[in-house]
Design a protein. Structure first.
Length: 296
C-alpha cells in the first residue's frame, strides 16, 4: 500500500494588517513592498485576514497602531505573537513599544529580524502555532512505566493546543487487517533468517493497519505503547519505522515529549530526513552515542 502522509506544509500563511486611520496610502505602499519581498524570498503563499485570531503574524503597516494591538490583547483575543514591521518606518517604533508592553506582562514576541532569521524561517515559525493547534497526536496503548518525565498531560501542553488522543490497541483490530498485495510482496522479500514467519507476518500486518488507520483519521503524529504487544510476540518497531518512512512523526513507548518534538521539527521543516527517537547512552566531549530499535 503506497500510504504517504499529506503534510500541511503547503498551507497559506495569514497576516493581519494594522494601520493608523491616517496612514491608508502608507499602508498600501508598505504592504505591496512586503508582498514583493515575500514572493522573492519564500515559496509560501501569503494572504490577508481580517480576523486577528486566525492570523499567523501581525503586519504593522504604519506607526501609531499600538492601541490597536493592545485593545485586542486586553480583550483576551488569542492574537499572534509574531510581528513584522518594515524597517525605517514608524511601524518599527510601534513594534518596539508593543514589545515593551508585552515584556511588562512577562511575555515576548517573535519580531522579524533579518540578521537572525530569513523571511521564510520567520513565516514557518509564525505558522507553527496554528498548525500545532490543528494537529492530532494519537497515543496507542499504555505508556512505559519508566517514563516519569516524558508524559505530560494535555494541560501542560500549554500554547501548543495540540489534540492528543489515547486509544487502546483493540481499536485498531490489526489482527483482522487485510494487507494488500504490495504489502504482502514487501513482507515476502524481508530477510527472515532466525525470525518466525508468523511473527514477521504479524509485524507487517500491524504496520499496514496502523498506516491505513492514520491515513483514514487525519493523524499528524503517532506514539506507540509497544510492550503489551510483545506479550503477543508482535513488535511495533517495524510499524514505527514504516510510519517514519511514510512521513509521520512516530515515537516509541508513548513518549509524548518526543512525539511533540518530532512534530514541531516536522512543521518547521527542520529535517532533511525523518526524525529518529533514540536513547542517549553516552556523552564524550563533542560526541554523543544513541541507540534504539526504530529508524526510518
Amino acid at each position: 500500500m503506497n500510504l504517504k502522509r499529506q503534510t500541511k506544509h503547503d498551507l497559506t500563511v495569514y497576516a493581519h494588517i494594522l494601520n493608523s486611520a491616517l496612514g491608508v496610502e502608507e499602508r498600501n505602499q508598505n504592504w505591496a513592498a512586503f508582498c514583493k519581498k515575500w514572493s522573492a524570498e519564500t515559496d509560501l503563499q501569503l494572504a490577508e485576514t481580517d480576523d486577528i485570531q486566525k492570523a499567523d503574524f501581525i503586519f504593522l503597516a504604519t506607526g501609531g497602531v499600538e492601541h490597536l494591538y493592545t485593545s485586542h490583547f486586553l480583550a483576551g483575543c488569542a492574537i499572534p505573537s509574531a510581528i513584522y514591521a518594515p524597517e525605517g518606518s514608524n511601524a518599527f517604533a510601534s513594534m518596539s513599544e508593543i514589545r515593551g508592553f508585552l515584556k511588562l506582562r512577562g511575555l515576548s514576541a517573535l519580531c522579524y529580524d533579518a540578521s537572525v532569521l530569513s523571511l521564510r524561517e520567520f513565516a514557518l515559525i509564525a505558522r507553527s502555532r496554528r498548525l500545532l493547534a490543528q494537529s492530532h497526536v494519537v497515543m496507542w496503548g499504555e505508556t512505559a512505566p519508566w517514563l516519569v518525565a516524558s508524559t505530560p498531560d494535555s494541560a501542560h501542553l500549554g500554547a501548543f493546543a495540540t489534540r492528543v488522543s489515547h486509544l487502546d490497541w483493540n481499536v485498531l483490530d490489526w489482527q483482522h487487517h487485510v494487507m494488500d498485495s504490495a504489502v504482502e510482496s514487501v513482507w515476502a522479500e524481508m530477510p527472515s533468517e532466525g525470525v518466525c514467519a508468523h511473527h514477521l507476518e504479524n509485524a507487517c500486518r500491524l504496520s499496514s493497519a496502523l498506516k491505513a488507520w492514520c491515513m483514514a483519521h487525519d493523524v499528524d503524529a503517532v506514539s506507540v505503547g509497544c510492550f503489551p504487544l510483545l506479550a503477543q510476540c508482535v513488535p511495533a518497531c517495524l510499524a514505527v519505522s514504516d510510519l517514519l518512512d511514510a512521513g509521520y512523526p512516530a515515537a516509541c513507548e508513548n513518549d509524548l515529549c518526543s512525539a511533540m518534538a518530532m512534530l514541531v521539527a516536522d512543521i518547521l521543516e527542520l529535517n532533511t530526513s525523518p526524525a529518529w527517537m533514540a536513547n542517549l547512552v553516552n556523552i564524550r566531549g563533542q560526541q554523543i552515542w544513541v541507540q534504539h530499535c526504530t529508524i526510518a
